[in-house]
Ligand binder design. Structure first.
Ligand SMILES: NC(=O)c1ccc[n+]([C@@H]2O[C@H](COP(=O)([O-])OP(=O)(O)OC[C@H]3O[C@@H](n4cnc5c(N)ncnc54)[C@H](OP(=O)(O)O)[C@@H]3O)[C@@H](O)[C@H]2O)c1
Length: 366
């Protein structure tokens, strides 16, 4: 039986939280609402003070059915009652939505997202299709908000109000959030990063249990290439990617949520592990004071224990929006090395997309 055939089994009971209402909040659609990232969107948008979910869209397989009947819910919070009762609709433009959050499979995301942008939507996407387009910001709100200037260049292409903003691959988010303060302070010259990536990163049903139990799979298709190119685009300017060398090794491990990365870096200015720890710990948050609802108090925390961060204990730091770093120490090959942990479907996907959309709102792009 395939995963799609099991989707009628809804785990988690519907909950009676505030339904979206016509109260001045911005209407938003979730494209790919039935998938792993789509479910995170639904969960994180429940009760959002600025955004009201008006449409849940997925493939023709799910369209026309109740969300609760076609979604194999595997988030540890109950499915919101308003979402459970909504009818899933096809991913076709013309919805009552100013923002289309996309958790679409990359086999279809490119064309569908372009169609929504042409129809005047602000598309905020998790998919890889438009990430490396030179006119599309690849955005992690705290790091490269200045790249939003690219949105104006899309006006000709999409004819007015519509545009696309993307967020990076889940592992890249953890890497760039930890690299950014070090790059600003010391100048990164080389990076070697190895990942231990959770199974939820492959969506549902994802990796077969017979493959992943008692195992490590040292290959995730196109993941290393994405980490290497996306990191440079984010840490460069809006016009030119950074030029340092990045080498990624990506592995799938039997963890449910939370990607762990071990990272070695060479820097132009040399620093001790203690100095690097202070740089990470004291990194200023350029968005503090903007009142963004999804902004964590601390984008990065540095743990002092010798055996942290660990996915089971640290992935929900800052409600899943904080990247945990630990074991900052000397690297005998490059200069410094450390461990980083990112919640792949929150900070690495739906959470960063919602934060990016909040930034779009306060910067006047909506
Ligand atoms: N999982 C992560 O940690 C993560 C992190 C960052 C980025 N991403 C990216 O986010 C995207 C979604 O990933 P996921 O893990 O959530 O995948 P997933 O669980 O497989 O969900 C895919 C979604 O796309 C929809 N879909 C598939 N074919 C479609 C079609 N022809 N027309 C319209 N909708 C269609 C599916 O709807 P049905 O249920 O109706 O088939 C489902 O809602 C991918 O591009 C992925 O690379 C994932």
């Amino acid at each position: 039986m395939t995963g799609k055939e099991t989707k009628g089994e809804t785990r988690g009971e519907a909950r009676g939280t505030t339904p979206p209402s016509r109260d001045g909040r911005i209407p938003v659609a979730v494209l790919g609402a039935t998938g792993a990232v789509g479910q995170r969107f639904v969960s994180l948008l429940d009760g959002h003070p600025w955004f009201r979910v008006t449409a849940l869209a997925a493939s023709e397989r799910s369209a026309g059915k109740r969300y609760a009947d076609v979604t194999r819910w595997f988030i540890d919070q109950p499915m919101p009652e308003w979402a459970a009762a909504m009818e899933v609709i096809p991913c076709e433009p013309g919805l009552d939505a100013r923002i289309a959050f996309s958790g679409l499979d990359s086999s279809v995301a490119g064309a569908i997202e372009s169609a929504f942008a042409r129809a005047g939507c602000a598309v905020v996407s998790n998919s890889r299709n438009h990430r490396m387009d030179p006119q599309v910001p690849l955005l992690v709100a705290e790091i490269n908000a200045d790249h939003l200037s690219l949105v104006d260049e899309q006006k000709v292409r999409y004819g007015g109000r519509g545009f696309i903003v993307t967020n990076p691959n889940c592992s890249t988010v953890g890497l760039v959030m930890s690299l950014a303060p070090l790059h600003r302070a010391l100048g990164i010259q080389k990076v070697i990063a190895s990942t231990m990536q959770a199974v939820s990163g492959a969506g549902y049903p994802g990796v077969p249990s017979a493959d992943i139990l008692d195992n490590v799979i040292p290959y995730i298709g196109q993941e290393e290439e994405k980490m290497e190119s996306e990191t440079l685009k984010i840490l460069g300017s809006a016009r030119a990617a950074a030029t340092f060398a990045v080498s990624a090794h990506c592995n799938r491990v039997h963890v449910s949520d939370g990607h762990t990365l071990t990272v070695s870096i060479q820097t132009a200015t040399k620093a001790t592990p203690e100095e690097a720890t202070s740089i990470l710990r004291d990194a200023p948050n350029p968005l503090a004071g903007l009142g963004l609802p999804s902004l964590p108090e601390k984008p990065i925390v540095v743990r002092g224990e010798p055996d942290r961060p660990q996915p089971r204990f640290d992935r929900m730091a800052g409600k899943g929006m904080t990247v945990s770093v630990g074991r900052v120490r000397r690297c005998p090959v490059l200069d410094l090395k450390y461990v980083a942990l990112v919640h792949n479907t929150i900070r690495g996907a739906a959470g960063v997309a919602i934060l990016n959309a909040e930034l779009l709102k306060v910067k006047g792009y909506l």
